[in-house]
Design a protein around this ligand. Sequence first.
Ligand SMILES: [Zn+2]
Length: 116
Amino acid sequence: MITLAGRFLAWLAGAWLGTQITRTRVYYVPPTSWLDRWFFKPTKVIAFTWGETVLMQEAFASDESVLAHELVHVEQARRYGWRWVPAYLWASVQAWRRGEHWYYDNKFEREAYERS
Ligand SMILES: [Zn+2]
């Protein structure tokens, strides 16, 4: 469910990042939902972005750095279009081949962590 606070936070983070985020939807997933039980809890993922859609554990709704991080991914997805998912996976392979961490050393994650 999109909350007014969520929309405001997205707008605020967008303004801070220097980009306009108008189409982006942020969904806060409550701890009682199947998505939390079957995806967020077992993977320990806090938030997940697919194109313009951000899914986030409700418990992190007030954590602006998580939202800012995910909005960098929204911007990356806009930059790359449909190529973003293969580019992201390829960046993980490249990091792994360098002997680095597939997630933390993925160039898209590095950018998102640097800017959030
Ligand atoms: Zn990320």
